[in-house]
Design a protein around this ligand. Structure first.
Ligand SMILES: Cc1cc2nc3c(=O)[nH]c(=O)nc-3n(C[C@H](O)[C@H](O)[C@H](O)COP(=O)(O)OP(=O)(O)OC[C@H]3O[C@@H](n4cnc5c(N)ncnc54)[C@H](O)[C@@H]3O)c2cc1C
Length: 408
């Protein structure tokens, strides 16, 4: 917490804003480190649920109670504009909240980046009707925001989306399969891409807000993934079978969906960087505690240079990760173009999370490989960070293209 506030002091927040930031972060820290962290191991063991008969999904026990606490504390309203029942506060603060949540549980923190991306996309590209309807719901947390881009043949290349959208009267009807949908089946809004004009290729995709309440039986969970980590988070495969989407849920103009989504994804990646700093910070703290207490060859292992230098590297890397995500978040808050910087931030911090959680297991020795110790879960959970919201390879492509173009 102190480390985050130290960085905040360098930003152009007024005294009132600094006080408000501190008050919110204190509250989030209490919630994360006293209540959410208590449940993290149980959620990993229990995992998310899916009933193939009823097609209902569920988060592990107690997760929604803590989600409700976030609602009661108005956490999802932080970055929603005031006219839509939000507080209109900074993206910098929002990402610091994500870091604190990820320190307690990466699975729980999954509610946050997709919520802000949904808010941002609907606020920037939604029709007046969609904004009026969905932004207050996302602000209160009564709707969980989800992203439905990935499909069986569209992963890194989301332009390969095959779901088709047919316009009939005042609605579109979407048919196709969405995979790896975080919160799928539990979400109130799903931002998705579908083909509206096949002859135009990737330029013939449109973006929509798919509302399961409107789509009814046309939106059905087929299965949920059994994953290496992040067990408490729902990752669903969803079948869309003539899922109805009213025309006011079209985002931007028809056939402009890909540009709109790629542009929005570019800056949302800072949230994944904040998750990375959070999980790495916890791996570091667990390692420091263990290194102080585990004695081998007559002294705490932290006094052996190999371990103390490993801790020095980990602490430096966590600091770098935090500086980077907060700085890029603040650039975004100040309205600067962060397309390349967001990719650099996502790439660098997610790779750091791999390194730090790997070293945390090493410092714990055989115990680090045991389920009894937290670093085992941190290592498994962190693995996804270099994969979702664009793999490290995709980030490097964006960075290299961008820097080459800037040089010209
Ligand atoms: C837990 C979890 C949650 C997720 N949540 C969501 C979600 O909510 N919504 C959603 O839409 N998706 C979600 N995803 C999907 C995620 O975004 C994709 O898995 C990711 O974008 C990679 O796509 P892919 O898995 O199809 O891999 P592929 O695209 O098949 O890539 C496989 C490998 O090839 C590399 N590769 C691909 N193309 C190139 C290239 N041109 N040059 C060099 N290397 C290349 C990749 O970097 C990767 O290493 C989630 C995934 C997971 C695991």
């Amino acid at each position: 917490m102190k480390q985050i506030l130290k960085v905040f002091k360098n930003f152009n927040f007024s005294k009132e804003e600094q006080e408000q930031n501190q008050m919110i972060l204190d509250m989030v820290y209490e919630l994360a480190m006293n209540e959410i962290i208590e449940k993290e191991q149980d959620w990993d063991e229990e995992g998310a649920h899916f009933d193939p008969q009823t097609k209902q999904v569920d988060y592990p026990s107690g997760m929604m109670e803590l989600f409700k606490k976030c609602q009661e504390n108005d956490l999802f309203a932080i970055i929603v504009p005031e006219q839509y029942d939000g507080f209109g506060l900074s993206y910098t603060l929002w990402t610091a909240v994500i870091e604190l949540m990820a320190r307690a549980s990466l699975a729980f923190s999954m509610f946050f980046p997709s919520q802000s991306l949904s808010i941002e996309i609907i606020n920037n590209y939604g029709t007046p009707e969609a904004k009026e309807k969905y932004l207050p719901l996302l602000s209160s947390g009564d709707a969980i925001g989800a992203m439905a881009f990935s499909e069986p043949n569209a992963g890194s290349d989301i332009s390969a989306v095959a779901t088709k959208a047919e316009k009939e009267g005042d609605s579109y009807y979407l048919t196709g399969n969405k995979v790896f949908l975080s919160h799928g089946g539990a979400s109130g809004t799903n931002i998705g891409l579908a083909v509206t004009d096949k002859s135009l290729g990737p330029r013939g995709l449109s973006a929509f807000v798919i509302d399961p309440k409107i789509a009814k039986d046309g939106y059905e969970v087929v299965r949920i993934e059994e994953k290496m980590g992040l067990h408490g988070s729902i990752t669903a495969q969803v079948a869309l079978d003539r899922a109805e989407v009213p025309k006011e849920n079209l985002l931007g103009k028809e056939n402009e969906g890909l540009r709109l989504i790629l542009g929005s994804l570019a800056s949302s990646r800072i949230g994944i960087a904040a998750q990375s700093a959070g999980i790495a910070e916890t791996a570091l703290q667990e390692s420091i505690n263990y290194a102080n207490q585990r004695v081998q060859f007559g002294r705490p292992i932290g006094k052996h240079q190999a371990i103390s230098f490993m801790l020095a590297d980990m602490a430096t890397q966590v600091h770098q990760a935090r500086l980077l995500y907060l700085n890029t978040a603040h650039m975004k808050h100040n309205g600067e173009d962060t397309q390349i910087e967001s990719s650099m931030t996502k790439y660098f911090t997610t790779e750091i999370a791999q390194k730090v959680t790997y070293d945390a297991v090493q410092i714990h020795g055989g115990y680090g490989y045991s389920r009894e110790y937290r670093v085992e879960r941190l290592f498994r959970d962190a693995r996804v960070l270099t994969i979702y919201e664009g793999t490290s390879e995709m980030q490097k492509m964006i960075i290299s293209r961008g820097t080459l173009a800037r040089a010209q």
